[in-house]
Design a protein around this ligand. Structure first.
Ligand code: HKS
Ligand code: ZN
Ligand code: ZN
Length: 310
């Protein structure tokens, strides 16, 4: 199985257009060693010819141009992207669908909750009906059903599992403060020929018992790397909200609240990778002490263009 990191940044990317924090101004000035990042999305394939996109970032057009594996080949109009799975309805994860409008109907896999957001509060799907059209594939994760196994028609040999995870509905949603099962899912994708698997969760509000069990099954995890500390945005005077209020588990622990590093310490995956990294996160600095700390725990930081072969 091949995994291609199309974008490794959080919403806004890195550096963020309106931000003068240490990380953003440092990379603009050339005093911080870090690479620019587009908004998060990955592509997965078995054969390198047929790919499924996990989330569709607003930077999708740029991401497709930059990755030869995703260029058209053969017919006059063609694409190796055979399907899209959405893990939530956040703007930074779904608006790239609009950049696929010139192609064939999009085979779109998501939960009832996400389909509802994308037909009401952010009506991308009705809009796309006037362009390429969308084939809906509903993943039954709602109410009491918290996990569902499925297959993507064009990628036989991959077994996918959608898993409800804790999180919030997007800021534009009328259901923002009334979370329900299916607002946020993680994906566990297994190559049935090799048994190798990847767990993808760019937004993870907490790692409880169920998340831990799913993560333990994976050969590789790509998980929420948004914030280093709970109060990162507040302390740098970038925002008013703590990481947990935004549905993101910070990497570092605080009293009684283990962080992502502690969670990753408890699993046996061969590759542990942070993705969806916010512009404020000191782990962006390749020469920072935080990178050494991560390395001590066997944790990698995703970058745009990163390829993982399992
Ligand atoms: C900045 C942003 C921070 C950021 C926050 C979140 C907030 C929002 C919500 C996020 C993201 C980037 N880049 N989505 O100002 O520095 O309240 O649900 O997901 O990608 S969480
Ligand atoms: Zn985000
Ligand atoms: Zn910044």
């Amino acid at each position: 199985m091949k995994i291609l990191v199309l974008g490794s940044g959080a919403g806004g990317g890195y550096p963020q257009w309106n931000c003068n924090c240490e990380m953003c101004s440092g990379v603009r000035r050339g005093t911080t060693r870090a690479s620019w990042r587009t908004q998060s999305s990955i592509a997965v394939s078995r054969d390198g010819q047929h790919w499924v996109l996990l989330n569709a970032s607003p930077d999708l057009g740029h991401q497709l141009r930059s990755n030869p594996a995703l260029h058209p080949c053969g017919a006059p109009r063609d694409t190796p992207i055979k399907a899209v799975v959405l893990l939530d309805a956040q703007i930074d994860h779904v608006t790239g669908l609009l950049s696929l409008r010139e192609g064939p109907p999009i085979d779109l896999y998501s939960t009832p909750s996400v389909f509802e957001e994308l037909t009401t509060g952010l009506p991308i799907l009705p809009v796309l009906q006037h362009y390429c059209g969308v084939h809906w594939h509903l993943l039954p994760v709602a109410g009491e059903q918290t996990a569902a196994e499925f297959h993507v028609d064009a990628l036989p040999g991959l077994s996918l599992r959608a898993i409800a995870i804790p999180g919030k509905a997007p800021p534009y949603s009328p259901r923002r403060n009334d979370p329900s099962v299916g607002d946020n899912i993680a994906l566990l994708i297994e190559d049935t020929a090799t048994g190798k698997s990847v767990f993808y969760a760019p937004g993870l509000a907490s790692v409880g018992g169920p998340e831990m069990l799913w993560m333990e099954e994976a050969s590789c995890v790509l998980v929420d790397g948004t914030f280093w500390t709970e109060d990162e945005m507040i302390e740098s005077r970038l925002g008013a909200k703590a990481a947990s209020e935004m549905g993101h588990l910070p990497q570092t622990s605080r009293p009684g609240r283990p962080g992502m590093i502690a969670a990753l310490d408890r699993i046996g995956a061969r590759r542990k990778v942070l993705i969806h990294i916010n512009n404020s996160n000191p782990i962006l600095d390749e020469q920072g002490v935080q990178r050494l700390q991560l390395a001590d725990h066997g944790i990698e930081v995703a970058y745009d263009g990163m390829e993982i072969e399992l």
